[in-house]
Design a protein around this ligand. Structure first.
Ligand SMILES: O=c1ccn([C@@H]2O[C@H](COP(=O)(O)O)[C@@H](O)[C@H]2O)c(=O)[nH]1
Length: 224
């Protein structure tokens, strides 16, 4: 079985990001490039990271009208990402058009509820039912739209997996211990997320900000 850990390369410098990935590559299955990376380094940065030969996950969380999202998907074809994210809150038509515009070999997954939000945050933006119900509702919509899977927290992945047996589930908000949650609110351990059905485990700061990133990545791998 391949390593489910995708390292989030949320670092401001391209050379530092590549050096980190190079260092821990024996203990991860791929790299995740998000907004911070893409806004700073664009296509050039993705091409440079791709030279490492690891699968590239473009976490761009696209969210706009269907035509704009489909055009953005076409513009990133050339980067040959293994996985791309969009927001499920963009609605069914947006998700359908994004999937249709994606390359054959690219998984399109929809973010349900960000792991940095809790029930109070959702109530604050007019979603009264809580993160769990909202994640399940948006996962159902993503499945109806023909996506490959969704992004959710480890709190919901078990329940969503039961409803969508062959779905592809990306789980961020992972902490090997409860010490440094930072801005994440719905966290679980990597082992718990994997046990409950996560296909991909997204891990950033617990590795990238560790005193010894290789030891941190190795320790996480040993728990899986
Ligand atoms: O709901 C979400 C969706 C995406 N992310 C991204 O995952 C990593 C997590 O980084 P950590 O340092 O391990 O907290 C980061 O790139 C986010 O943009 C998420 O956390 N939650």
């Amino acid at each position: 079985m391949s390593n489910p850990v995708y390292l989030a390369l949320d670092l401001p410098r391209l050379d530092a990001a590549i050096a980190l990935a190079q260092k821990v590559r024996g203990h991860i299955g791929g790299v995740k490039l998000g907004l911070e990376f893409f806004c700073a380094h664009g296509h050039h940065g993705v091409h440079e990271v791709a030279k490492l030969g690891l699968p590239v996950f473009l976490d761009l969380k696209l969210h706009d009208i269907p035509n704009t999202v489909a055009a953005a998907m076409q513009s990133i074809h050339v980067l040959e990402p293994a996985i791309v994210t969009i927001h499920a809150a963009g609605g069914r038509a947006m998700m359908e058009d994004a999937k249709a515009a994606a390359g054959e070999h690219c998984k399109v997954v929809a973010v349900t509820v960000l792991t940095s939000l809790d029930d109070d945050d959702l109530a604050g933006v007019g979603v009264p039912g809580g993160a769990h119900d909202q994640a399940l509702r948006l996962a159902d919509l993503a499945q109806e739209a023909g996506l490959d899977g969704i992004v959710c927290s480890g709190h919901e992945v078990g329940a969503i997996h039961k409803r969508w047996k062959n779905g592809f589930f990306v789980v961020p908000g992972l902490r090997p211990d409860t010490g440094h949650t930072a801005d994440q609110k719905r966290i679980v351990t990597p082992a718990a997320a994997r046990r409950d059905g996560a296909s991909v485990l997204v891990i950033g700061r617990p590795i990238s900000r560790a005193e010894d990133p290789v030891a941190a990545a190795r320790a996480i791998e040993a728990t899986l």
